[in-house]
Write a protein that binds this ligand. Structure first.
Ligand SMILES: Nc1ncnc2c1ncn2[C@@H]1O[C@H](COP(=O)(O)OP(=O)(O)OP(=O)(O)O)[C@@H](O)[C@H]1O
Length: 678
């Protein structure tokens, strides 16, 4: 929450460890408000605290604070120059040092956003030109663009073409507005000319509170590139490039308050949704993908590489008390958002090429160092080497198959010799699926084959289940022909252990040893509470999908094994794909297991494997959610920040307008075709 009651120390804009600089501006009562004898409820008692003057009722006192503290507050008699100097200048002018910056105006309709922002934009550009004038040692290039977002459509305010613009996501540069006009600024006059074009182009409409209400979000953007003159043309020359955004947000008011209906009401919904997402996403930007164009375009200003200042404007009138409180709440939330501004150094093409060449050489050396000592001269040598390896592995496979067959027949003989009180040969076949299955690749990786461990009986009807991750790869490696049993000490472990009718199962990890280990560790490390949470998440979100995993995880609950002498499956969860139920009669019944061949060998057929858990599934969001307990928990923990925003949205949208007071919408003036870019 924001600072209420003045406990927090104030910060200078731009020098406060990248927290958003938040200020509040109170405008004077308007003529309309004075005419209807509205009274002023709010007062700035010092530079940082605004208080509610009226006496609160007993019930209100428990709900609302009377004093709100921000980085700066500006009273009704404050000039826009002062608001700029103390609330925006430092942040805005970061741009000349290569640091991105954004200035936002937020508040209900007619609270003074446009009034404040137009002043701040002009003062900033004046100061930028002053700075350029004083820094002749650098060469500056200024590019200006302007857009509005109206009902989730992005429009170019410097073009007469009203076709909505598309947003593209660039991994390096973030969200880009396709085909947005970018005018190279010649001088101050050129800038003023472009500003007036934007004003003409912007969507305005009349609401009950403001005859010329801006119904869209407007973003004016100035890109400043600069290079040191003395290095111009040399390799070591480098440029700074940064962007400053001036954002005049559409009114944040409730629909009922502006007596909106029809178009205005629809606008209101879009406006509110995008504004509230702005707040939510600013809070935990990394956790949620941007849903609205406003937040996509401005994402770097809300928790990214930018310095940001927000000026919240409000009317002091008693009739707007609810909206004013909402504005102050938004301002308080904004204070919690941190950004991570950095100087953006742009290298010259030559320097970039050199840098990339160096990087390439470094990576090549690294590869050589980490690979085999003798790097094959060409690809045919490499292919020959691989062929040789394959031949070797095939030979190993065939030798191991023979060993397996031999061991199998020895076991059968032994069973026969031991008589009828021992398990039959058919029984053995039944147990084979539970033996460790290995293929040649796995053998190569796991050189020390662990003996098959006997597992003591669990309680009747207890469920054993195993993770499925190793089946995520449906490639040829999982073909049954290449699948082998490893049978060390089988007779000893199986035949001489009276109670062990179950054998521990280890299935090779076909996916990724590291992932597998990490996940196993994560599971074993987690306490039972974590596991319970995980199960809850999965049951809520994943029912019907990945049944194997669900049963596996459910079964991992520590409590389930408390009174059982069966070893906890937590150690096994990531090693097998079988889910076994131990019936009361001591036999095992497979629940949801993958395909078994006649001998009971595990065959993750390509079709089934992909359907069951393909590699794609492994990395799908739903799978990751299942595997990573903490992501579920994080989702739960983060949800608080969006609560009030979403509640507000719902409230706003469900508020029916009492009367249709919508007045005619003037829209964008026809025929605005000024040739202003030259
Ligand atoms: N600080 C101020 N001092 C004097 N007049 C102001 C101040 N702030 C705003 N006004 C006046 O209040 C009226 C509404 O202001 P403005 O259009 O800037 O509001 P807004 O918040 O941008 O509204 P909307 O969201 O509907 O566009 C304008 O006539 C403006 O001149």
């Amino acid at each position: 929450m924001g600072a209420i009651g003045g406990e927090e120390p104030m910060q200078e804009p731009g020098s406060h460890g990248d927290r958003i600089f938040v200020s509040v501006r109170l405008r004077p009562l308007s003529e309309k408000e004075t005419a209807r004898n509205d009274v002023s409820d709010w007062e700035c008692i010092n530079d940082s605290t605004v208080i509610y003057r009226n006496n609160l009722s007993v019930s209100e006192r428990s709900m609302y604070p009377t004093a709100y503290t921000f980085d700066r507050v500006f009273g009704t008699d404050c000039s826009t120059t002062r608001v700029y100097e103390e609330g925006a200048k430092k942040v805005a002018l970061s741009v000349v040092s290569g640091i991105n910056s954004s200035i936002f105006a937020y508040g209900q309709t007619s609270s003074g956003k446009t009034y404040t922002m137009s002043g701040i934009t002009e003062y900033t550009v004046t100061d930028i030109y002053d700075y350029i004038e004083k820094h002749k040692e650098r060469e500056f290039h200024l590019k200006f663009s302007a857009m509005e977002i109206y009902n989730e459509s992005v429009r170019d305010l410097l073009s007469a073409d009203t076709t909505p613009l598309r947003l593209l996501d660039d991994p390096e540069r973030g969200t880009i507005v396709e085909k947005l006009t970018e005018a190279t600024l010649r001088d101050w006059d050129h800038f003023k000319e472009l500003l007036s074009v934007c004003e003409d182009q912007r969507q305005i409409g009349e609401t009950a509170l403001n005859e010329a209400s801006s119904r869209s979000h407007q973003i004016l953007r100035l890109v400043i590139e600069s290079s040191a003159r003395e290095f111009l043309g040399y390799d070591k020359s480098s440029s700074l490039a940064a962007v400053v955004n001036f954002v005049d947000l559409a009114g944040s008011e409730r629909a009922s308050q502006t007596l909106s209906a029809g178009t205005r009401l629809k606008e209101g919904c879009h406006i509110n949704r995008s504004l509230l997402t702005l707040g939510t996403q600013g809070k935990k930007w990394a956790c949620s993908l941007p849903r609205f164009k406003l937040t996509r375009i401005l994402q770097s200003s809300l928790g990214g590489n930018a310095r940001t200042a927000i000026i919240c404007t409000m009317s002091p009138a008693h009739s707007h008390v609810e909206q004013s409180r909402n504005t102050l709440l938004f301002a308080s939330c904004a204070k919690e958002v941190t950004t991570n501004a950095q100087v953006n150094v742009v290298m010259s093409d030559k320097a970039l090429v050199k840098h990339l060449q160096r990087e390439l050489t470094r990576l090549e050396n690294e590869l050589r160092g980490s690979g085999p000592k003798t790097v094959p001269a060409d690809s045919s040598t490499l292919v020959r080497e691989k062929d040789h390896q394959i031949e070797k592995l095939k030979k190993e496979v065939s030798e191991l198959t023979q060993q397996r067959d031999l061991a199998q027949s020895q076991v059968k003989d032994l069973v026969r010799v031991l008589g009828d009180d021992k398990p039959s040969a058919e029984d053995l076949d039944r147990y084979y699926p539970k033996l460790r299955v290995r293929n040649a690749w796995d053998i190569e990786i796991h050189t020390s084959g662990a003996p098959v461990q006997p597992v003591s009986h669990g309680r009747a009807n207890s469920v054993r289940s195993f993770g499925t991750s190793q089946y995520s790869d449906g490639d040829s490696r999982s073909s049954s022909d290449e699948t082998l049993f490893q049978l060390p000490d089988l007779e000893e472990n199986y035949l001489h252990t009276d109670s062990s009718r179950q054998l521990s199962v280890g299935i090779p990890n076909f996916v990724d040893g590291n992932l597998h280990q990490e996940e196993s560790k994560e599971r074993s490390d987690g306490n039972s509470e974590d596991l319970c949470k995980e199960v809850r998440c999965i049951e809520m979100e994943e029912s019907g999908t990945n049944r194997y995993v669900v049963s596996n995880i459910s079964d991992s609950s520590a409590s389930r094994y408390q009174n059982s002498n069966m070893s906890s499956p937590m150690a096994n969860t990531a090693t097998s794909g079988l889910t076994m139920v131990e019936n009361g009669d001591g036999t095992n019944q497979e629940l949801e297991s993958p395909l078994l061949n006649q001998k009971g060998f595990l065959i993750p057929s390509s079709e089934q494997t992909s359907q069951w858990l393909s590699e794609k599934d492994m990395f799908s969001p739903s799978f990751l959610k299942l595997r990573r307990t903490r992501s579920c928990r994080a989702r739960l923990m983060n949800s608080w920040s969006s609560c009030w925003f979403e509640m507000m949205v719902e409230k706003n949208e469900s508020t029916p307008p009492p009367i249709d007071f919508e007045k005619s919408f003037t829209g964008r003036p026809e025929g605005v075709q000024r040739n202003f870019l030259h």
